[in-house]
Write a protein that binds this ligand. Structure first.
Ligand code: BG6
Ligand code: MG
Length: 219
């Protein structure tokens, strides 16, 4: 029997809402304060990876060595700035195409999950007023290994009681797509096809995604 689509697993930052820009702004503020060079190109590598792993990438360009305690403090400072920024989030920041797609998935009985490395995932979804669309939210506090490790997606599949092969992942980050493939799931990239070279298919953004197109991945 042919494998069917049972669940769609959504990355959060950069897929549901553009919080990626707030992560960038908060990290940039920290890097500037420390006198470390940081730009949008380096920021691409931060997408989908954990808070501490993000800091380690930024510190690759630092001329001094930081203690574990200093690093911990830096991630706290960044997170406080970030939480201040997302405190203002409103439903009108949900990216175009997301609600229409969620409605069509609900209509056809397809399960939905949020799969994010962020410890603020549930908070953000609540702020956006879309908690009820999701059967489960797997966030940073539910996992021990961040993308490109497949853990976040495998936890979601288990909670939804579906097989990995029955899942489609929507991701804007190379590391996230890598995690989806390692989990044995279909991987839809959102963004630049020259960057997201590991996706099964890439669309510009969520306005180009539909249930019909996702189902084609199972033909
Ligand atoms: C991911 C983001 O969703 O969450 C990363 O793409 C971020 O950039 C990670 O580092 C962890 O987020 P947070 O909110 O727990 O620091
Ligand atoms: Mg993302």
């Amino acid at each position: 029997m042919r494998t069917q689509l049972k669940a769609v697993l959504f990355d959060l930052d950069g897929v549901i809402v553009d919080t990626a820009k707030y992560h960038y702004l908060a990290w940039k503020k920290l890097a500037d304060r420390e006198g470390i060079y940081f730009d949008e190109k380096i920021n691409e590598r931060l997408k989908g990876v954990s808070r501490m792993a993000s800091l380690e990438i930024i510190l690759e360009r630092s001329t001094r060595v930081y203690s574990e305690e200093e690093k911990h403090k830096m991630t706290e400072i960044k997170n406080n700035w970030y939480r201040e920024m997302i405190g203002q989030l409103k439903p009108d920041e949900i990216l175009p195409g997301v609600i229409d797609f969620l409605n069509s998935l609900k209509k056809h009985g397809i399960k939905c999950a949020i799969c994010s490395a962020s410890k603020s995932a549930a908070y953000i979804i609540e702020k956006l007023g879309i908690t009820d669309y999701f059967d489960t939210i797997v966030g940073g506090q539910d996992i021990t290994k961040s993308k490109p490790d497949p853990e976040v997606f495998l936890v979601a599949a288990e909670r939804l009681n579906v097989f990995p092969a029955e899942c489609v992942v929507l991701e804007d980050a190379y590391a996230g797509l890598e995690a989806a493939k390692r989990a044995g799931m279909k991987a839809v990239g959102l963004g630049d096809p020259d960057i997201l070279t590991n996706a099964d298919v890439v669309y510009k953004d969520m306005t180009e995604v539909s249930l019909e197109k996702v189902l084609r991945l199972f033909e």
